[in-house]
Design a protein around this ligand. Structure first.
Ligand code: FNR
Length: 188
């Protein structure tokens, strides 16, 4: 089973990317987390450009989601909402709506911010956006507030309570995978 990890931050030292790395250490042995690093290659959404073949960065995003059994998003909060680059990528991934790769895909959202509240507004908005795509959105939340105090020099999540919450999210995603109907190809 494969979980795709998508961080909504482009910067090298991102706490949200670190959060996904922390999640990858909490997986059962038969589950892997692939960290997607193509966010910066996704162009601004333009319906005129939303044709076949799709722009390369968009095609790569859609394929990465389609190949994964589930997606774990870690989002920063920019001005109380989802960073534009992440919303933009989801807009691309959501088309065509009826057959988009997020449809029926189990997804979960976690988040980190340098403020006290751990990107809770952004996480809630991202869950709403993902629901619009037809994804199966888990209600779980992990709010890593005051992020600089929660990671050590090696970028590891050092807060036990947050690690436990993150483990619960990962376990819930894996549980969704186990409960999901097998793809038709696997049945045939
Ligand atoms: C922020 N930040 C921020 N934090 C927060 O808790 N609520 C907010 O509304 C905002 N707004 C905001 C806007 C913009 C444009 C920036 C650049 C930053 C701070 C933010 O939490 C911080 O930069 C995090 O470190 C971003 O996440 P990464 O890049 O570490 O993953």
């Amino acid at each position: 089973m494969k979980i795709l990890g998508i961080s909504g931050s482009l910067r090298d030292g991102s706490y949200n990317t670190r959060l996904l790395r922390a999640a990858s250490e909490l997986l059962p042995p038969d589950v892997e987390l692939e960290l997607w690093d193509g966010l910066k290659t996704v162009p601004p959404y333009d319906e005129d450009d939303d044709v076949q073949p799709a722009p390369a960065g968009v095609a790569a995003l859609r394929e990465a989601i389609a190949r994964a059994d589930a997606v774990l998003f870690a989002t920063p909060e920019y001005n109380w909402s989802v960073p534009g680059v992440l919303k933009n990528a989801i807009d691309w991934a959501s088309r065509p709506l009826a057959s988009n790769p997020l449809r029926n895909k189990p997804v979960a959202v976690v988040g980190a911010s340098t403020g006290a509240f751990g990107a809770v507004w952004s996480q809630a908005e991202l869950r709403k956006v993902l629901s619009a795509t037809g994804a199966r959105v888990l209600e779980h939340e992990v709010a890593v507030g005051r992020a600089p105090t929660r990671f050590d020099d090696q970028g590891r999540l050092v807060d036990d309570e947050l690690r436990e919450q993150l483990g619960d999210v990962v376990a819930a995603l894996v549980g969704e995978l186990a409960a999901a109907p097998a793809p038709l190809a696997a049945i045939a």
